[in-house]
Design a protein around this ligand. Structure first.
Ligand SMILES: O=C(O)CCC(=O)C(=O)O
Ligand SMILES: [Fe+2]
Length: 321
């Protein structure tokens, strides 16, 4: 695949789940090459019900329209924004000080305290009483995305020629998180110098993005060009994060992306999006697959636990003060 391709490559997940051996092999190749050379890949046939995505967006919209004081009741003190509500402008991209022009809500995984991957830092979810169906819909969406992500990670392991569960086992009962984001109209709230989401790389292994409700998402191609990414209905866009870059010794670099502000004249546009960040379990040691240390990638990053890496990054983006 040419790195100067102007379109995000498209694959069909059902081809990997239940296709012929040729379809499976083709999925593995296109999916892996797309993340390696392009940074983003669009996935259709992922099995996530469109109605569930619509219902969840409706709930998310209802929540973010609540008064600020009500929303703030769902901020979790000392929780580093990992559950519940995080207010407007609080998160900023690494190496920036101006906050992003967004507010968001995080739904995480809930494990019993006796589970080996349990970590008290990633505690129980909170739920907005004002939107009764929020809990059920976001939980169902979390589960559906989690299932689709596990299959994609299996394909990625095949791409590297390692045991199929190598990456999916890291994410199984891991610290994945569903982020529900509201970008309000710029006319209403603006922070000088602020961007809806300033350019950044995601922290985690891979991110699954259901289509956003308005344009604005852009990816920096490996050639250094900003390319708008418009997810079509029925497709999920997947990008690679820093943790995947670590475990592949940068064979798959993390993808730089951003959400740009609407053009002048479109200052009334609201945007919602729902990235699902696929994280390993906290105790998982991130170290490169052995055969990824090559002449091209001679210096593997030192091992670090997923939790230590996450804590470091949460500090860098202003969620841990
Ligand atoms: O809103 C989007 O489409 C992307 C958001 C994003 O990149 C993030 O929250 O990490
Ligand atoms: Fe992101």
């Amino acid at each position: 695949m040419s790195t100067s391709a102007r379109r995000v490559p498209l694959v069909h997940l059902a081809h990997y789940r239940s296709g012929t051996p040729q379809e499976r092999a083709r999925f593995v190749q296109v999916f892996g090459d797309a993340l390696k050379e392009f940074g983003f890949v669009s996935v259709e046939g992922h099995g996530i019900e469109d109605g569930l995505i619509r219902r969840t967006y409706a709930d998310v919209e209802r929540f973010f329209q609540l008064p600020e004081a009500v929303k703030q009741c769902y901020a979790v003190p000392g929780g580093a924004g990992q559950r519940g509500y995080t207010g407007y402008g609080q998160e900023h991209a690494k190496n920036r000080t101006v906050g992003d022009l967004k507010e968001f809500w995080h739904v995480g995984r809930e494990l019993s305290p006796t589970h080996p991957h349990f970590s008290p830092q990633y505690g129980p979810n909170v739920w907005p009483a004002e939107v009764p169906s929020f809990q059920e819909n976001t939980r169902m969406l979390f589960q559906a995305l989690d299932g689709a992500a596990a299959v994609m990670l299996q394909a990625l392991a095949e791409y590297f020629g390692v045991e199929r569960n190598t990456f999916s086992a890291m994410a199984q009962d891991g610290n994945s998180i569903l982020r529900l984001i509201h970008y309000p109209p710029l006319r209403e709230r603006f922070i000088p110098g602020g961007v809806r989401a300033a350019e950044h790389e995601d922290i985690n292994l891979i991110t699954l993005l259901c289509e956003g409700t308005a344009s604005g998402l852009e990816l920096l191609t490996r050639d250094g060009e900003w390319l708008p990414v418009d997810t079509l209905r029925g497709q999920i866009v997947v990008d690679s994060g820093d943790m995947l870059s670590r475990v592949t010794n940068n064979v798959i670099p993390a993808t730089t992306h951003r959400v740009v502000n609407p053009k002048s004249g479109e200052q009334d546009t609201t945007r919602y999006s729902m990235p699902f960040f696929v994280h390993p379990y906290p105790q998982c040691v991130l170290q490169p697959l052995p055969h990824t240390t090559t002449a091209e990638h001679p210096v593997p990053p030192p091992p670090i636990t997923a939790d230590a890496f996450l804590q470091q990054r949460l500090r860098e983006i202003g969620l841990i003060k």
